[in-house]
Design a protein around this ligand. Structure first.
Ligand SMILES: *Cc1c(COP(=O)(O)O)cnc(C)c1O
Length: 360
């Protein structure tokens, strides 16, 4: 059995714009954003600034560019950024940071779910007695993607922020999925933002806009961001066309994130039943599911291939299959995904049976 339509669980970036977004895009008022003249971009920036309680914001094409511009603004070439060892900035973006800004990373390994503690951070910021290693910025990722979409509570962010402040190092929040963290913890975006010097919010992940992320901070920082936006070639002219969809995402995207989390929980519980030990459903607080398939006959890559032949797209990371839920995945489709996992497992031989009956 193959899914009627492709079920794309590779990322929460794969959603298609809603009808409301397409209508808003069609009638968007636009201007030249190089000059700061696009009224829809300006409206989006004002709205996100207000949402975060920060003075200013800049609309950019990607979350990666937000992170890169923020780090370029805060960090001198040859200086360190301190971050959790599996965060996006020092993994996926390490080469960008090297090429664009000459940034070195001090990677701190968290004990669980990518969650740094105040003590971890304090140790990593201890001054170098030789004055050679200089840390210019602390980057936190919330939710933490490779930490299983783990949301860091506001008080934990506050504790880290006070450690950073004690060392006089600014703190930046990679909030690609901060909205998911808010849904999971009940905190507001502004409550998180209060503890960061600057932050990024993605509109094109769970919020469901086709394109765009927003960088937020104080007025002087955003003035520098605008300069760097032009320097890096991202002054994207009549960007109001996509900002219009971003505004709709802010209207309609947040409240429905809870169903993504429910679907991820359903997926995790189902897989835990089919393949005990592969995933702990109590460790799936948002929209990201990692299934450990090391006890099966197939590698994660083979799982991805076999799911793919049934119309289900996922990604593989070492030892695990990664699946994300989002607006364009229904609960019915999650049940189809689970039925497919079960069928693949029963067809995949005796090693699997051993795993299924093993009391793990
Ligand atoms: C996706 C992601 C980014 C980058 O956002 P893009 O819009 O894909 O460039 C940055 N940080 C984290 C944690 C992400 O998950």
């Amino acid at each position: 059995m193959i899914a009627d339509r492709i079920i794309d669980l590779r990322s929460d970036t794969v959603t298609k714009p809603t009808d409301a977004m397409r209508r808003a895009m069609a009638r968007a008022e636009v201007g030249d954003d190089w000059y700061g003249d696009d009224p829809t971009v300006n409206r989006l920036q004002d709205r996100v600034a207000e949402l975060t309680g920060k003075p200013a914001a800049a609309f950019l094409p990607t979350g990666t560019l937000c992170n890169q511009i923020a780090m370029h603004a805060f960090v001198r070439s040859g200086h360190f950024v301190v971050c959790e060892a599996r965060s996006h900035v020092c993994g996926m973006e390490s080469h960008s940071s090297a090429a664009l800004s000459g940034i070195a990373f001090r990677r701190v390994e968290a004990r669980s779910h990518g969650q740094l503690t105040a003590a971890d951070l304090d140790r990593s910021l201890a001054p170098d007695p030789y004055d050679v290693g200089v840390v210019d910025l602390v980057v936190l990722e919330n939710t933490h993607q490779l930490g299983g979409g783990w949301p860091m509570p506001v008080d934990a962010v506050a504790a880290l922020a006070s450690v950073a402040a004690a060392h006089r190092v600014p703190l930046y929040l990679d909030g690609a999925r901060l909205f998911n963290a808010c849904v999971a913890t009940g905190a507001t975006v502004a409550e998180y933002a209060a503890h960061a010097d600057a932050l990024m919010l993605s509109l094109s992940k769970g919020m469901g806009a086709p394109i765009g992320s927003v960088l937020v901070g104080d007025t002087e920082f955003i003035r520098e961001v605008r300069r760097l936006k032009i320097l890096f070639g991202a002054a994207w002219r009549q960007a109001g066309l996509v900002a219009a969809a971003g505004l709709v995402a802010l209207d309609e995207g947040y409240d429905r994130l809870v169903s993504d989390h429910e679907n991820a929980g359903r997926l995790a519980s189902g897989i835990a039943e089919i393949l005990p030990g592969a995933v702990d459903p109590t460790e799936v607080p948002t929209n990201i599911v990692f299934a450990d398939v090391s006890g099966t006959e197939w590698t994660p890559r083979q799982w991805v291939e076999n799911l793919g032949s049934h119309g289900i797209l996922a990604t593989s990371v070492p030892g695990r299959v990664r699946m994300l839920t989002h607006r364009d995945v229904t609960t019915t489709q999650i049940d189809f995904v689970l039925a497919t996992w079960e069928r693949l497992l029963s067809g995949a031989g005796t090693a699997i049976e051993a795993v299924r009956s093993a009391d793990r």
